[in-house]
Design a protein around this ligand. Structure first.
Ligand SMILES: Cc1cc2nc3c(=O)[nH]c(=O)nc-3n(C[C@H](O)[C@H](O)[C@H](O)COP(=O)(O)OP(=O)(O)OC[C@H]3O[C@@H](n4cnc5c(N)ncnc54)[C@H](O)[C@@H]3O)c2cc1C
Length: 425
């Protein structure tokens, strides 16, 4: 049976031998328990045992590589029309197998290249599934990323603009199977606290819709933090679900309500989703916490929930981009501190050897700063585009990556060297 060690005994075993077997069995069980706890959250360094256990808990990929889908329908979810849902049906017509609510899809997109007119480039991005499993279609919801007001010289988000401006009903799109380790626990007896900040509401919608359909008796608390009513996605559906399910407690939190937003009608609390609010509104008892939101929310709220006394295995989180979340009791060993000094990193394809001096967040930033072209996609350990063979040396991760890294390989976008490296890339 997966996850359980098998021990054999012989009839002529002596008492000390039997004792040794019992101790060995207990130690193996303890080890498996620790590995399970580690794999349930992402706030620490990847270790092989956690990776193996995590892989065992994650369903196998529904298909390998890219599968063509067609956009059956698209609809805006907010008044400002910045968050658009896309309903995707498989071109081959084969029913979709269920995914774990909270998982994401990976997309390959041909987008206009800002440089030469008419030219295109391929980019890879991840988007969470925003509805419960349905054998006919998937739904994702994409927030448009406009050009920054502070830095108008930078372009708007490439993939999100492409989705909003170019991916019409009927369009074909290449999709990788649902994946990721951020998904809801299936124990209906433990109440779940879902916390979504901004577009971080998408995996919460999937978890919520699945729970209400499959575990209608389960107590659920949703905290949805956003700026104002104009950005309020899924408003009617959330209000209808809360009215229909007494066990579902909806808490909408606006930080900057607009002139027409009414407390008590459009939102329940003013401010931010923080531990003070959770303390005031959650009943006593054990809960499983699921958090997804922008980097400032992740960096403050996740450690604060741990500091409040929630056991770390009960805190699950996902960031939609590079965000370093550190839990106090499980602070990862900083990769730079683990290095005695600068180390050499050799990139095989270009034949260049560079010196890692600890300036960069990860090996991908390091390569790009030195004008090396390497494959990349989500930049957060999810899509596997930057996976490369590790010819020699070892790489550390601050968080276990979502992508299941192939043996002998590493991810550049979330990895730092733990020794001198030779990479195939
Ligand atoms: C697991 C996972 C799930 C996700 N789920 C969702 C989801 O459900 N919904 C959703 O909307 N998003 C989701 N995301 C985020 C999504 O994958 C994309 O990161 C997001 O849409 C932005 O991508 P983009 O191509 O539009 O922006 P990019 O082109 O990647 O740009 C991002 C930002 O960088 C700026 N920029 C561009 N060029 C430069 C430059 N040269 N220097 C500095 N800055 C620059 C842009 O102005 C923009 O602000 C998820 C991410 C992950 C990892």
């Amino acid at each position: 049976m997966a996850g359980q060690a098998e021990l054999t005994t012989s009839p002529d075993m002596t008492a000390p031998q039997l004792l040794a077997y019992i101790v060995a069995a207990l130690l193996i069980q303890l080890g498996l328990g620790i590995a399970y706890a580690l794999s349930r959250r992402r706030g620490e360094t990847l270790v092989p045992a956690a990776a193996a256990e995590s892989a065992a808990k994650t369903p196998p990929l529904a298909w390998q590589g890219w599968r063509p889908f067609r956009v059956a329908r698209r609809e805006f979810e907010d008044a400002r029309q910045c968050q658009c849902s896309f309903h995707l049906e498989p071109v081959d017509g084969v029913p979709l197998s269920p995914f774990k609510p909270g998982q994401f899809l990976t997309f390959r997109l041909q987008v206009a290249d800002g440089g030469a007119p008419g030219s295109e480039r391929t980019i890879v991005r991840c988007y969470s599934l925003s509805d419960r499993p349905d054998p006919r279609a998937y739904r994702i919801t994409v927030k448009r990323i406009p050009a920054s007001a502070d830095r108008p010289e930078l372009p708007p988000g490439a993939a999100s603009s492409h989705f909003h401006d170019c991916v019409r009903e009927g369009a074909a799109i290449d999709v990788k199977a649902p994946s990721g380790h951020f998904f809801i626990d299936t124990d209906p007896n433990v109440p779940a606290v879902l916390i979504g900040g901004g577009i971080g509401i998408t995996p919460m919608m999937s978890m919520l819709r699945w729970c209400l359909a499959e575990q209608p008796e389960r107590t659920l608390h949703l905290y949805y933090g956003l700026r104002c009513g104009e950005e309020h996605a899924f408003k009617p559906v959330l209000e209808d679900l809360a009215a229909a399910h007494p066990g579902f407690h909806l808490n909408v939190v606006y930080s900057r309500p607009g002139a027409s937003d009414v407390l008590g009608r459009d939102y329940h609390h003013k401010g931010f989703v923080d531990v003070d609010l959770l303390r005031r509104t959650l009943p006593h008892g054990r809960h499983q916490f699921y958090v997804c939101g922008p980097p400032p929310m992740m960096q403050s709220l996740v450690p604060a929930i741990a500091a409040w006394g929630v056991p770390e295995p009960d805190i699950h989180f996902e960031a939609f981009g590079p965000a370093t979340v550190r839990l106090g009791r499980a602070e990862p060993v900083d990769a730079d501190a683990a290095l005695a000094g600068a180390v050499e990193v050799r990139f095989g394809r270009s034949g260049r050897t560079l010196v890692w001096d600890g300036q960069d967040e990860n090996l991908l930033d390091f390569a790009e700063r030195h004008a090396l072209t390497v494959e990349s996609g989500c930049r957060s350990g999810g899509c596997g585009s930057c996976q490369t063979r590790l010819v020699s040396g070892s790489v550390r991760y601050a968080h276990a990556p979502d992508h299941d890294v192939a043996p002998g390989h590493c991810l550049l976008c979330v990895g730092k060297p733990a020794s001198a490296l030779v990479l195939e890339a």
